[in-house]
Each structure stands twice: as C-alpha cells, then as structure tokens.
Design a protein around this ligand. Structure first.
Ligand code: BG6
Length: 756
C-alpha cells in the first residue's frame, strides 16, 4: 500500500524538560518536530496552532507574536515522506542541520496525523531510519482510532511495539487535554477533606458523563460508519473521564505509572456490559448521508449508532451500586459536555423547596459550551466551598442568569481557568515536556477495549432507535434506569387511559386509544386484522345502504395482504357487487408484473371475490406503450375517472400503510409534496426501486370519509414511537399530513409495532 505522506518539520530549541516524576530529566538542546500528515485536517485545525503556542512558550518574551510567527514559519519545512529513502533522507537532513548549527540534539518528536492503518508502516520506518542516537529521546504521537475492538487494538499494539517502546508512544485522547478534565484529579486532592467522607456509594446517588453534540457527521461518514458513537466517544473520552472520577487518588498526580495503574484498577473492576446496559439511536438523516457519501443505493441501511446511553457499574467497595451513566450523541438539542456527581439528599422538604438544603447537591465538571458557555468546576453551595490553589484557576462570582443542570448558577461555587487553552495545545506541551500521565498506555487501552468489546458484539444486529434530530427529539432519547439495566424511558406509546376500553365483547383483546390525537385501535396482529376487516365491512354496508355504492381505495405493499386474506376467507357477505376498488398508488411497471400493486391485489383479493370487473380501477401507469410519461396524462385520466364516479371525489374508505421512512401512499419524504396543487393524482418519485410512482395526493386522501392507517410488525416500532411524538411535518414524515377534512382517521397498530 502506498500512502502519500506529507511532512512538516519544525526545529525547536528546547530548554530542559520534565519527566514522569516531575523531575528535570531532559537535556537542553535542539528538538525536531515532524508532523506526518501535516497538511491534514487535524493539523490545520489544531496541531499548527498547538506547536506554535509551544514555540512561543519557549521564548522569553512572549509578546513578540508577529516576529515569532514569522520565525516559526521559517523554521517549518514541508517535504514528502513516502518511502524508506524519504525517511533516511529526513534523518540525514536533521543531522546535517545539527552539525551546521553546532547544536546538540535533545529529541525527535513525530506526530502521526495519518489514518490508523498507516501507523505500523510509519512507525517501522521511523524505527529503522530516524531513531536518534543514544541519550536523545524519540516520541511518537498517535491519534485514535486505536483499533476497532479488543482484537484489532491488540494487533495494532503488537505491531507498534515491534517498532517502538511503550514509553516512546504518546496516544492522544484530547479529552485529557481539556482543562476541566485535567483538573479532576487535582480538584479531588485539593478538596480531600470535604470529599473523602462523601466520595463513595453511601453518598453518591449517581454519576453522569455526557457529551451532547448538535452537529451531524457529514463529511466523515467513511470513518464514522465503521465506528459509531461508542467507539468514537464512549470507549475513549467518556471512559477516561469516568476513571479520573472513580480511581484511587495517586500519591503524586505527575507520576504517570501510578495514575495509569489506578485507572487500570477501575477498568478491571467494572461489571461486564451487555445489551441490557445500553440503548442506541441513529439520527434520521444519517441513512441518507451514508447513501450519498458511501455511494450506496437507496435500499442500503446502516446500523451504526449516532447516540448511545450506557449504564456502567464499578464493583469495588467504594462505588458498588452507584450507577455511572455514559451518554453521547450527534444531532441532539444542544452542544454541551459535563460530568456530574449527584449526591444523595436525605432531607425531606415539605414546603420550602427553595431552601438551600432542599436543592440538589452536586459537583459538575463542565467541559464547556451549553448554557454556561465556558469550562468550569461547579460545586453546589449546600456541599462545601472548594479550595482554590495556584494561579491557574479563579473563582467566578459575577454570573449571567443561567441554570446549569437543575440549579441556578448562583447556587454554585464556580471556578474557571484563568486563561482558556485548547486541549491539543495542552497535550503538545505535555509531550514536549515528556509528561505521560495524560496519555493512554497500551495496557490501559486494551483494558478499555476489554470492557467495550463485549457490548459492541452484543449490540451487533440491534436496530438503533431513529430520532429526528435537534429539538424534535423531544423525550425520545430519555432513559430510565431499572436496577442494573437501562431502557428508553418511553418504550411504548402511551395510550390515554381515558380512551382505553370500549371494545366490544367479541373483540375483548382489542384496545382503543389515541395516537397523534386520532383514534387508535391496537391488538395482536390477527385480532387487529379481524377488527379492521369488520370495520371495513361495516363501512361498506353503511355506504351501500345510503347510496348504493362503496368506494374503496387500497394501498399496495405487503401490510394489507393479511387483510385481503381475511376478507377473502371470512367475509362472504361483503357487498362486493356494489364495491368499487381504487388504487391508492401504483408502481410504474406493467400491470402484469409481480412488482405491480395491482398485480398483487389481483392475486390476493380480486380474483377470489365476486366483484364486477368494471368496478375495478387500476391506475393507468401504462399509456401509449410507455410508463408514467407526464405528457400521456395518466394521472389526469385517473383523476377524471374518480371525479366522474365518486361523489365529490370523496372515497368512503381509504386504506393506507406507512413506510419506515414515514412515507404513505407513494408520497415520500422530501418529495415536494406541496407542489401537487389541488390535483388528486400525481406522478411521484420513490427512493426505492422502481422509482417512478403514481399516487393519490393528500388532497384526495384527506377528502375521504374514513382513512385507516394500518401499521404492523416489530420493525415499525421505532417509527411508531417517533410518530407518537413528532409534530406534523410534511417534508420529513409525509404520513403526518393525513388529516381528513371532514372524515375520520383511525390508526390500526398491532402490539408488535406499538410496544416493540
Ligand atoms: C472526537 C470525535 O474525538 O471528539 C468527534 O471523533 C467528537 O466525533 C469530538 O465530535 C468531540 O470533541 P469536543 O472537544 O468537541 O467535545
């Protein structure tokens, strides 16, 4: 495999540095920084800036920014790094430069800003050609993904260990560079006297570590679709935060060996994570984004989750039984990240809920954004006033009027960094100084994968709950903890209890309720179909009694087949002779083809009942020996026929289904459905083959006396849950536009679809 690798070479003059134990361990001298992949996205966004800040920090006078920038750029060189010879040439170049300038070499820093599959190859070349001579350090920085699961992480780790020593590798988790995250341990130490008595299962009610994002993953789907939110965020960022909160305090925070060992203990005492410890979701547009970016067909379905909530437990004496929630998702309502430790409050407030002792007791490590907009550590005032050490953090006393996680900001003691710094700049500084406590060791990485891999395997094949994105998500992603298990809070559609009951004695298993403020009938599928067939016959008889004719419009697809069978096999007294059958929609294929809706209706219904053939009205999709051509006016023809035969074009009964994407009839999301004017029939486009369709429009559907929407099967459960919450939205969920003007709408939803 050949990879075009670019290189940025920066020469920095280093003073002495600090090693693991905080001791001065580095010799002064020249450091070469090589960014492999220096023109990539990460480098452009963070690395240049980070190294520049490092450069500035090495200079005594920091206010000469323009001059320094100019110098920095002159020190930076670009070269191609592809072959072994390129690396050999690079090594020669560094040595020559050192000789020319008469400098001693302190170290070589390689930042691998390239895809993970290239790591092993690059590490190998660095090892064989660019390793500095004894006494000079080598540091190689790596970015996640560090594997896809335990096995692949292990393979990658072994390959890397073939070329580099563990202490030479700096695996970045940029969360460890966030100021608030790196404050967790010092905060716990500085406030030991308050925290020691309460930092345990007797006092902590739960811990929540949350990263909510508003963005989608457009532009990085080729990466994301392989990984998903658990691998992208939970396995690394949120796990790191969890370990910092729950690990035993090290005697010395700069002792990376001790810090990593204590983190490892947390990982090894976690209870195994299985399917019941997670719920997953996917934002609705993700599917289309995948189809576009990965060049997939419209049928392609991705099971990758863009939202996950996981319930973890640490089974040690200190935290046993304390729920630890790890939650992250894309396309949520706000961008915010935090870790909250909520303490038990055993006070019962009868009246004065506003008293300080009635309010939640919590400590929040607020990473940034959200209502507060800046990083901070917040301690609710009913707990204690935290210590403030050193000049790097300050107390905030002037507040905007905001609430943070259920408390007004003035109910907290608030501390924030004196100067806000970018996570990458922090980490680059640590790398340069040789401080390893904020990086991920091979052992800890594998321990984390050991925790997450069984869950990822258990979730394989699980359908994520589809959520609309943004504020529309409503309470769809709320979760409920039940003992050691987590569920979506609203697993089932809530049926208004006032509406329950009223079913006739013969259909006692059938439940009635409300769905999207319309009538709903629900039952196991067999009873449901029985009930729908009975309702349809009742409507037919009433119409025939009233006007001598019953106009019935039927949908295609597989959902109505069970109904057709029931009608054929049980409803011998159905007034077929006076019934006209219309099509709700048709695919633009010859009517003789199996794909044709008419063909299937004929197979399963029409050929088995005594209905006059002139009462049957297939859609004229084929005219002039061609299919659905606008100029042939098929849609207009059908509309004319409806107007001629059906009184005020109002069907007595329209049977509809609803597709996974919220379409009904052949009216699909994003299908410019507003543009059909007042016409009753239109040619439409389906995302699924055959693409061309003819369909009744909402104008026709909403004129009907009764519209029945039949939804069956577990596969529709997510959709039903979603539909129970979203507002009417023609663009996203065409089915929400079914609103008969003067008639009634009845949802027939089987228990599988309703309850999942
Ligand atoms: C990255 C993930 O590691 O972290 C992204 O790959 C995510 O998907 C990002 O958006 C979040 O980082 P931050 O610093 O914006 O919270």
């Amino acid at each position: 495999m050949s990879l075009a690798v670019s290189l940025l070479l920066i020469a920095l003059c280093a003073g002495g540095g600090y090693g693991e134990e905080g001791k001065r361990t580095q010799k002064a001298g020249h450091v070469s920084v090589v960014i492999v992949g220096g023109t990539g996205d990460l480098a452009r966004k963070y690395l240049w800036q980070g190294f520049f800040q490092l450069y500035v920090s090495q200079d005594v006078s920091q206010d000469r920014c323009a001059i320094l920038k100019d110098q920095f750029l002159r020190l930076s060189q670009y070269r191609q790094l592809k072959t072994l010879e390129d690396y050999q040439e690079l090594a020669r170049h560094i040595e020559q430069q050192l000789q020319q300038e008469g400098m001693t070499e302190a170290g070589r820093l390689f930042y691998l800003s390239v895809p993970a599959f290239a790591y092993a190859g690059v590490a190998e070349k660095i090892n064989s050609s660019c390793r500095p001579a004894g006494g000079t350090w080598l540091r190689v920085v790596l970015e996640k993904p560090f594997g896809h699961n335990y096995r692949s992480a292990q393979v990658l780790a072994t390959e890397l260990l073939g070329a580099l020593k563990d202490e030479e590798m700096y695996r970045i988790d940029h969360y460890l560079g966030k100021q608030v995250v790196s404050k967790i341990l010092p905060f716990r130490i500085e406030n030991r006297k308050f925290l020691d008595p309460i930092w345990n299962r007797h006092h902590i009610e739960k811990i929540e570590i949350v990263l909510k994002e508003t963005l989608d993953v457009k532009g990085r789907i080729s990466f994301y679709d392989e990984y998903g939110v658990i691998r992208d965020v939970l396995q690394n960022h949120l796990t790191e935060v969890m370990t910092l909160l729950t690990m035993k305090l090290p005697a010395n925070v700069s002792n990376s060996g001790e810090v990593l060992r204590n983190k490892l203990e947390v990982l090894s005492s976690m209870l195994p994570l299985g399917k019941s410890q997670a719920v997953i979701g996917q934002y609705q547009n993700y599917k289309t984004e995948v189809q576009q970016e990965l060049n997939k067909t419209k049928e392609h379905v991705s099971m990758t989750s863009t939202f996950a909530a996981v319930l973890a437990h640490i089974e040690d004496a200190q935290f046993e039984g304390v729920p630890v929630l790890l939650i992250s998702g894309k396309m949520l309502d706000e961008r915010v990240g935090y870790a909250r430790i909520l303490f038990k409050n055993d006070v019962f407030c009868l009246q004065s809920q506003n008293n300080v002792h009635c309010k939640p007791k919590q400590i929040v490590f607020y990473f940034g954004h959200g209502s507060l907009k800046y990083p901070a550590v917040l301690v609710s005032k009913n707990l204690f006033k935290p210590a403030l050490k050193g000049g790097e953090w300050k107390e905030v006393t002037e507040h905007k009027n905001v609430d943070v996680l259920g408390l007004h900001i003035s109910d907290y003691f608030v501390q924030t960094p004196t100067t806000e710094r970018e996570a990458y700049s922090e980490l680059i500084y640590h790398i340069f100084a040789g401080q390893k406590n904020n990086f991920v060791s091979t052992e800890n990485l594998l321990a984390s994968w050991e925790v997450w891999t069984p869950l990822l395997s258990a979730l394989k094949g699980s359908f994520p709950r589809i959520y609309p994105g943004g504020a529309d998500n409503g309470d769809m992603l709320d979760v409920h903890l039940r003992g050691k298990e987590i569920r979506f809070y609203s697993e089932a559609v809530i049926i208004n209890p006032d509406q329950v009951g009223g079913a006739s004695a013969s259909s006692f298993q059938v439940m009635q309720g409300k769905f999207r403020s319309a009538q709903m009938v629900s039952a196991w599928s067999e009873e449901l179909v029985e009930r729908l067939a009975a309702d349809m016959q009742e409507a037919a008889e009433a119409a025939v009694r009233e006007g001598g004719v019953f106009h019935l419009a039927l949908s295609g697809g597989s959902t109505p087949l069970a109904l057709f069978h029931r009608l054929v096999l049980r409803h011998f007294s159905f007034p077929w002779r006076d019934t006209h059958i219309w099509m709700v929609d048709e695919r633009c294929v010859p009517l003789t083809e199996t794909e044709s809706n008419f063909h299937s209706m004929h197979e399963h219904l029409l050929q088995h009942v005594r209905i006059p053939y002139y009462n049957i009205h297939p859609m004229p999709v084929q005219l002039n020996q061609r299919l659905c051509v606008d100029e042939d006016g098929g849609a207009q023809l059908y509309e004319k026929e409806i107007s001629r035969l059906v009184n005020v074009s109002s069907f007595h009964f329209v049977l509809l289904g609803v597709g996974y994407d919220g379409h009904t009839a052949s009216l699909f999301p994003g299908g410019k459905l507003n543009e059909t004017g007042g016409s009753l029939v239109a040619l439409t486009e389906s995302p699924i083959k055959p693409h061309q369709r003819m369909s009744l429009t909402f104008s026709a559907i909403n004129r009907a006396r009764t519209v029945a929407l039949l939804v069956m099967g577990k596969g529709k459960h997510e959709l039903v849950t979603q539909l129970s919450r979203v507002k009417d939205n023609l663009e996203k969920y065409p089915v929400t536009w079914v609103k008969p003007n003067n008639g009634r709408l009845v949802w027939y939803i089987d228990y599988d679809a309703l309850l999942g």
